[in-house]
Ligand binder design. Structure first.
Ligand code: AHM
Ligand code: MG
Length: 404
C-alpha cells in the first residue's frame, strides 16, 4: 500500500496555515475598521468642539448673535488660510495640480500682481462672510467692485444649510436682517509667504443702519456703500481686527462699544482660538520704530528728522517685517511706532482697522497731516492714505518732528 502519511500531514499543515492566514487577514480588517471608526469619531468630536467653541468666550465681546456668527465664520476662514499657508510649499514640491504657491498671473484693481494664495484667501473670506448670513455687502482688496449681497437675501440664504454653530444661536439668519458690511484684505503681505515670513488678514466691520441711512439731509436713503463712504467713515467701523499667521496664529479684535482689544491664539490641534489676551493696551512708550527706510529719499523733512532722532536715541531700535499685520501686531504688544507715509495702504481694509485696534488699545493713529486716521473722509472703496500709528509718547515725538 502506498504510504500517504506524508501527503495527509502536508495537507493538514496547509489547511491550518490557510486558516491562520485567513484569521490574520480578518483581524487586520477588523483592526482597520476599528481604527477608521475611531479616527472618524475623533474627527467628529473635534468638529463638534470646533463648532461649539471655535473662539473661546466670544460672547463676552459681542451680544448680537449675527455678529457672533460673523466673527466665528471669520475666525474659521482665518484657520483655513493659516493651514493653507503652512502647507502650500509642501503641496507645491509634490507638483500637485491644486498647488497654491506662487503667482496667479493676474493683477488686482491696484495693478498689483496677485498670488494664488491671495485669490484662495479671498474666496475663503467671501464664503465665510456669505455663510454668516449677517452681511449686506463686502469689500475686498482682491475685487474691484463692491460685492452686493442684498440680492441673495431671500433666495440663496434660504438654501444655505445652517451649520451646527448657526443652530446654537437662535435666529440663525433666516428672517433676520442682514446689516453688516465687511471690508477685508484677505492676505496682507502675500509676497512674503514664499520666504516663510509672517503675513495676515485684516478686516473692518461697518453696520448699515437703515434709520441713520435715511437721514442724509435731503430725504433720501443712503445705499450701504454710500453709508460706508459717508464723511468720517472710520468712525463708522464698529469692530475691526486682524489675524497674524506668524510663529503662532493670533486673532485680535477691537470693539468700539466695549472699548476693548482682545487677542486669541489658535490651538493648532483642537483648532480652537484660546483667549490669550483679555484686554490689550499698548505701552505708553516703546523702543521700536518701524518703517521701510529704503524710501527715505521720498520722505518729508519731518519724517527724516524723526528717523534721525530715533537713530540718535540710545534706546530706540528699528524693526520692519514688511507685512503690516506683523509690524502692527508687534507695535501693539511692544509699543513704539509704525509708519507708511507714502500712501500705499488702503483706508477701508488696512488703515481703518489698524487705527481702531491701536486707538481702542490706548494709542494714536494719524495721517501725514496729523488728522486722526478714523476721521478721514474716503471717496472710493480702494482709496489709499498715509498712516502713522503707535504709542502715545512716541507719537508725540513724531508729531513734533512733523510740525503738528
Ligand atoms: P499688500 O496688501 O499688497 O500685501 O501690500 C501691503 C503691504 C503691507 O503689509 C506692508 O506694510 C507694505 O505692503 C510693505 O510695503 P513695502 O514693501 O513697500 O515696504
Ligand atoms: Mg494689504
Amino acid at each position: 500500500m502506498r504510504d500517504t502519511t506524508h501527503f495527509i500531514r502536508a495537507k493538514r499543515y496547509s489547511t491550518t496555515e490557510r486558516e491562520r492566514k485567513r484569521k490574520r487577514e480578518k483581524d487586520a480588517r477588523e483592526k482597520r475598521t476599528k481604527e477608521t471608526r475611531q479616527t472618524r469619531q475623533t474627527r467628529e468630536r473635534e468638529g463638534e468642539c470646533r463648532t461649539r467653541k471655535m473662539i473661546e468666550r466670544l460672547e463676552e465681546e459681542f451680544s448680537d448673535p449675527a455678529l457672533i456668527r460673523l466673527m466665528e465664520k471669520i475666525a474659521s476662514a482665518c484657520t483655513e488660510i493659516s493651514d493653507a499657508i503652512r502647507v502650500q510649499a509642501i503641496d507645491d514640491s509634490k507638483g500637485g495640480t491644486g498647488s497654491l504657491s506662487g503667482r496667479a498671473n493676474s493683477t488686482n484693481i491696484q495693478g498689483e500682481e496677485q498670488m494664488k494664495l491671495d485669490i484662495y484667501s479671498h474666496d475663503v473670506f467671501e464664503k465665510a462672510c456669505r455663510e454668516s448670513n449677517a452681511c449686506i455687502g463686502l469689500i475686498s482688496e482682491e475685487v474691484e467692485e463692491y460685492i452686493d449681497l442684498r440680492g441673495v437675501e431671500q433666495g440663496e440664504q434660504q438654501q444655505l444649510a445652517p451649520s451646527s454653530s448657526d443652530q446654537q444661536h437662535k435666529g440663525h439668519g433666516l428672517g433676520e436682517e442682514k446689516k453688516y458690511i465687511v471690508a477685508f484684505d484677505p492676505l496682507d503681505g502675500s509676497s512674503n509667504v514664499a520666504y516663510g515670513v509672517s503675513v495676515g488678514s485684516i478686516f473692518s466691520v461697518f453696520e448699515y443702519n437703515k434709520t441713520t441711512a435715511k437721514n442724509d439731509g435731503e430725504g433720501n436713503t443712503r445705499s450701504p456703500i454710500e453709508e460706508v463712504l459717508k464723511p468720517q467713515t472710520g468712525r463708522n467701523v464698529m469692530c475691526a481686527g486682524y489675524c497674524v499667521y506668524g510663529s503662532s496664529t493670533d486673532l485680535v479684535i477691537a470693539t468700539r462699544k466695549n472699548t476693548r482689544v482682545v487677542g486669541w491664539t489658535l490651538d493648532p490641534f483642537s483648532k480652537t482660538y484660546v483667549k490669550t489676551r483679555a484686554n490689550i493696551s499698548i505701552p505708553m512708550r516703546g523702543k521700536i520704530y518701524s518703517i521701510n527706510e529704503g524710501y527715505e529719499h521720498k520722505f518729508s523733512e519731518g519724517m527724516k528728522k524723526y528717523i534721525r532722532d530715533c537713530k540718535d536715541s540710545p534706546t530706540m531700535m528699528a524693526r520692519y517685517v514688511g507685512s503690516m499685520v506683523a509690524d502692527v501686531h508687534r507695535t501693539l504688544l511692544a509699543g513704539g511706532t509704525f509708519h507708511y507715509p507714502l500712501g500705499k495702504l488702503r483706508m477701508l481694509y488696512e488703515c481703518f482697522p489698524m487705527a481702531l485696534v491701536i486707538e481702542v488699545a490706548g494709542g494714536i493713529s494719524i495721517s501725514d497731516t496729523g488728522s486722526n486716521t478714523l476721521d478721514s473722509a474716503v471717496a472710493s472703496i480702494h482709496e489709499r492714505g498715509a498712516i502713522h500709528l503707535g504709542s502715545k509718547e512716541n507719537m508725540d515725538d513724531l508729531k513734533k518732528c512733523l510740525g503738528l
